[in-house]
Design a protein around this ligand. Structure first.
Ligand code: PEP
Ligand code: MG
Length: 749
């Protein structure tokens, strides 16, 4: 950058800073800033447009355009040149604005006399705040240095906006983190909660934006970057000989930390007057806005790495750790871009809710949130930029909606909903000791699904008869190395002890598909849900399965043991797995170890093929547990994780219920007990239908036991069965309306 411009830019930034220090209202400050910029850049016009809502920009201050147009002229995102800057988050620089494609003439501004136009986005960490524009009468293209200088000024403006420098009476100038915001995401775990934001990674607050001594500031930046590089190198050494893919990712991360271009751009910003912190944020903002435009997931991940590095660098420069010293709020709702399952477990049950900007319903974090029964919303766009520590927040995990800083009407309506739910909870708690016996006398066994030790206390609290499904994969997923047999045996023994004589059905490792163990090599699969997963892995990699079976046998030591194998697709697979378990029992007997008092070996029926297995299969299995989540996805050929198709097909349909009915009949013929343990078992209406088609044992999340029991007790199963059969007889495909009609006319307990 030429010397003259550089000092000019520095002088301008310093004057901006002084403006911020002077007393004054938001509007006055904005006016003064437009004057300062147009004067020092020798332009005829300088205007500031700020977002009024997500889609509308408003002219908020100007020097050079008609003053009457202020707070009057508005543009939509993408409209005119200003709207184009906002949408693309890139500068527009033209010598002939009226001749430019998309130019929109706004007579109230009197801008027709100005030919040249330069607009740059005002954005902070990817959040679009507005557009800064300079215009001149003469037909000239602004130089690269001028564009850069205006970007630097826009950066400071964005920071000042964030710090509340332009707060005024006018709504446009309201504090960016004061307005209520409603964010629509996706439900990861049902339930509702009200509390205060607890940021997993609190934002670094930068207050010094401008430097007085660029040489010293560059030194400070270089020292911080060196420290960052050392810490990243350490990370790589610590990672040790990991998998090639994992290492490659770390290497790219390291490459970013050592990137000369990155450092050069930040140094350039410091030379034009920004502080080291502001220079880092300017780079970070650019990366964030690129991130929003990159569709390729690999590139997005890499840009995230860059974002992460910038955060680390900011923490080094400001001395702010992720521990800000702020006390954990009373009802903490964790807000994060993403979170690992281990980190989430560390926060534990004290959290009231979790909101993730990314995440997915199938992620391990979601599995943990479900195990902890904490309401979870994923895909909550912009939440980490909008939320500040301590902000009031409402999480509606039922609808996948988040209300940040809700206004009174929203909060009141929500509290009503929570109060109604609490009343219902009290009603359910009163049913705890009662059996789930319907009016007609049919009794249904209600069991719970579990996956971690923390689930077990719910066994007593929920009134569950036992654990119908214990998912064993979490212990494998939450660690960086394969768990040892002795650790697993100790854990399984603790689970059995906590169950206190009640039956626990341990499902052997169900990995693959979305559940990936970082330490086990896996092939790249085109369709992992239908790929090498669950029992298929167990039968091919017998070492892991045998180790787990041994751990289970050793944990039982004289107690009954119940084992079931996931995703059995053929009788042969089941008998092979069963033989493997029986061989392990024999081996343990040889070693003189105590054996289980009783052994039950079951199969999870999760593929339509197994419903058509030979009779011998149904006789061989000690019991069958229908894994409705997988069975439904394969039955309808609709991916259970894919939002586009996930809800398209209803459990309460002629075809699916007919399948379940058929299965119940086949099990009855073989005299084999059958249960249902997919998510549908925990939905009252679905549970009622499953009972009506013949199921007598259901396993579900502990929180669902109350609502399901409540409905069963109020119903007459013979009546429900008759209603379903009548509709089936009529050839009606969708049976939900029939069940809803039935439930509506029921009396409360
Ligand atoms: C199922 O598929 O219904 C099931 C219970 O197993 P998971 O959800 O763990 O795949
Ligand atoms: Mg399954």
């Amino acid at each position: 950058m030429p010397e003259r411009l550089e000092t000019q830019s520095r002088r301008l930034l310093r004057r901006l800073r002084d403006t911020l220090a002077e007393p004054g209202r938001g509007q006055e400050r904005l006016n003064r800033i437009t004057h300062l910029i147009s004067e020092s850049m020798h332009t005829d016009v300088c205007s500031i447009y700020l977002f009024r809502d997500a889609d509308t920009l408003e002219l908020c201050a100007t020097r050079g355009l008609k003053a009457d147009a202020v707070h009057l002229t508005r543009l939509r995102m993408g409209e005119g040149l200003v709207g184009r800057v906002a949408r693309s988050a890139k500068p527009v620089n033209t010598a002939d604005a009226p001749g430019e494609r998309g130019f929109r003439y706004m007579p109230e501004t009197g801008e027709e006399v100005f030919s040249s136009f330069l607009g740059v986005p005002v954005q902070r960490l990817g959040e679009k705040l507005g557009v800064l524009v300079v215009q001149s009468r003469d037909k000239r293209l602004y130089s690269e240095d001028e564009v850069y200088a205006l970007e630097v000024v826009a950066m400071v403006l964005a920071e000042m906006t964030e710090l509340g420098a332009f707060i005024g009476d006018d709504a446009t100038l309201a504090h960016p983190h004061k307005n209520p915001v409603m964010i629509r995401g996706t439900s990861g775990q049902e339930g509702t909660a009200e509390g205060q934001v607890w940021l997993h990674e609190p934002r670094v607050v930068v207050t010094n934006l401008v430097n007085d001594d660029p040489v010293a500031e560059v030194e400070r930046l270089r020292a911080a970057v060196n420290q960052l590089r050392v810490s990243v190198d350490d990370l790589l050494t610590l990672a040790g000989p990991t998998e090639k893919e994992h290492r490659e990712v770390l290497e790219v991360y390291r490459m970013f930390a050592h990137s000369r271009g990155w450092l050069r751009r930040m140094e350039q910003s410091i030379e034009s007057g920004l502080s080291a912190e502001a220079a880092v944020e300017k780079e970070q903002s650019g990366a964030r806005s690129r991130l929003q435009q990159v569709p390729d997931p690999y590139l997005r991940d890499r840009l995230h790495d860059l974002d992460d590095l910038s955060n680390r660098l900011l923490r080094i420069l400001t001395g702010q750790g992720s521990e800000t010293g702020a006390a954990i709020p009373e009802n903490p709702i964790l807000v994060a871009r993403n979170i690992g399952p281990g980190e989430l477990l560390e926060y534990g049950p004290r959290l009231r809710g979790v909101v993730l900007e990314e995440g997915s319903i199938g992620s391990h974090a979601a599995v943990v949130a479900r195990a902890l029964t904490i309401p979870l919303v994923v895909h909550a766009g912009r939440i980490t930029t909008e939320a500040l520590n301590g902000d009031p927040i409402i999480v509606d995990g039922d609808d996948g909606v988040v209300h940040l800083r809700p206004d009174d009407s929203v909060a009141v309506a929500f509290r009503d909903k929570i109060a109604m739910q609490a009343q219902a909870q009290a009603r359910f708690a009163a049913l705890r000791e009662r059996a789930a016996t319907a009016r007609c006398g049919t009794t249904v066994g209600l069991h719970m699904n579990a996956g971690i030790m923390a689930d077990l206390p719910s066994l007593a609290g929920s009134g569950a008869e036992g654990v119908g499904l214990f998912r064993t994969e979490l212990q494998f997923l939450l660690r960086n190395t394969m768990p040892r047999r002795s650790d697993l045996a100790a854990l399984y023994a603790r689970v059995m002890a906590a169950a206190d004589g009640r039956r626990v059905a341990f499902r052997t490792l169900d990995i693959g598909s979305d559940k990936v163990m970082p330490y086990m090599k896996r092939p790249d699969e085109p369709n992992p849900a239908m790929g090498w997963r669950a029992l298929r892995v167990g039968l091919d990699k017998t070492g892991v399965m045998r180790m787990q079976l041994q751990a289970l046998i050793r944990a039982a030591r004289g107690r009954p043991l119940t084992v079931m194998f996931p995703l059995v697709s053929e009788m042969g697979e089941f008998s092979a797995a069963r033989d493997m378990l029986l061989r392990e029992i024999e081996r343990e007997a040889h070693l003189g170890h105590p054996l289980p008092e009783k052994l039950e070996i079951g199969a999870m029926l999760e593929t339509p093929s197994l419903a058509f297995a030979p009779d011998a299969f149904f006789k061989m299995a000690d019991f069958i547990s229908i894994g409705g989540n997988d069975l439904k996805q394969f039955f309808f050929a609709a991916d259970r994780e894919n939002e586009l198709v996930r809800r398209r097909y209803d459990t309460l349909s002629f075809s699916f219920l007919s399948l379940i009915q058929k299965l119940v009949e086949r099990c009855a013929e073989a005299d084999t007990p059958v249960a249902f343990c997919g998510e549908d078992a925990g939905r009252p209406l679905e549970a009622l239908a499953l009972v009506a088609v013949g199921l007598r044992n259901l396993s579900m999340r502990p929180a669902s036991i109350g609502p399901v029991k409540d409905l069963i007790i109020r119903s007459d199963i013979a009546e429900v069965k008759a209603a379903i059969e009548a509709a089936q007889h009529r050839g009606q495909e969708q049976l939900r309306p029939v069940l809803m009609d039935y439930v509506r006319q029921l009396a409360p307990v």
